[in-house]
Design a protein around this ligand. Structure first.
Ligand SMILES: Nc1ncnc2c1ncn2[C@@H]1O[C@H](COP(=O)(O)OP(=O)(O)O)[C@@H](O)[C@H]1O
Ligand SMILES: [Mg+2]
Length: 244
């Protein structure tokens, strides 16, 4: 699903690299978690994977294709859910989704039913004609996820999809991710919520200061390091210093 080798990224004028010789891979068909404290380099890494950041060194393959050489092809098969809401606040949810659907070139005859099916799946069917600016945080987040699903991506990448949402929305999002994976799709998501990642992911990669700390299945890592959960392992490996 993803293969990264020697990835290095330093923003212009930055003193330190944000991603510092990072190498990892995730197999196809899994739910993978990219975990790390604030500023670890999670968003930078997924921005590179999804083609939003083009200036970097190292090798990055997504779905078997080099990101620099096959950007367009990858984009068509990829769904990206940014942490910031990427919807027009003055349009209704349906209007937003129709707009994004047209950008993907989905014919109206397919798009209409697809939008309704996704609205239903995320509990938004009744609220589809409301302007996004009247949505709660959790509703905005769910609508944002729907927008990234219109091209029915084989790989879905989400940046902190459950950060700061209410418990019910969080539950719905996590249940969706599990189901979407069971339908044969791959998922990569970032989070700083370790208990959530432990329950959801088959594979996790913990990074800190742009560097890989550890990778593996949560159960195996916990057992190998003789800790009782991922959070304790995380603290053991990344230390107790507070990151701002
Ligand atoms: N556009 C940017 N310009 C300069 N530095 C940046 C930029 N974006 C992120 N950084 C820095 O890169 C590091 C990693 O950031 P980020 O990838 O957002 O981490 P995370 O998503 O894990 O919190 C941080 O030190 C951050 O301040
Ligand atoms: Mg981030």
């Amino acid at each position: 699903m993803i293969r990264v080798s020697g990835l290095y990224k330093k923003y212009d004028h930055a003193e330190f690299p944000s991603v510092d010789h990072l190498s990892f891979s995730f197999p196809e068909g899994c739910i993978a978690g990219l975990l790390g404290p604030n500023g670890a380099g999670k968003t930078t890494t997924i921005s590179i994977l999804s083609g939003l950041i083009k200036k970097y060194s190292g090798e990055v393959e997504v779905m078997g294709m080099d990101v620099k050489k096959h950007a367009e092809e990858i984009k068509g098969k990829l769904g990206i859910v940014p942490q910031q809401i990427a919807l027009y606040l003055n349009l209704s949810c349906r209007e937003n989704l129709r707009y994004y659907g047209r950008l993907y070139g989905i014919p109206p005859i397919t798009l209409g039913p697809l939008i309704e099916q996704l609205l239903k799946r995320f509990g938004l069917q009744e609220h589809g004609d409301k302007q996004i600016r009247h949505y709660s945080g959790g509703m905005k987040r769910r609508a944002n996820i729907i927008a990234s699903l219109l091209n029915q991506p084989a790989l879905l990448i989400l940046d902190e999809p459950t950060a700061g949402v209410d418990v019910q929305s969080r539950n719905m999002i996590l249940r969706f991710l599990k189901e979407y994976n069971e339908e044969g799709n791959s998922i990569l998501y970032t989070s700083h919520l370790l208990d959530e990642a432990e329950a959801l992911c088959q594979e996790v990669l913990i990074i800190d200061q742009g560097q890989g700390v550890i990778q593996g299945s949560p159960a195996k890592l916990i057992q190998e390091h003789q800790t009782d959960n991922l959070e304790n392992l995380f603290l053991k490996l990344t230390g107790f210093r507070v990151r701002d």
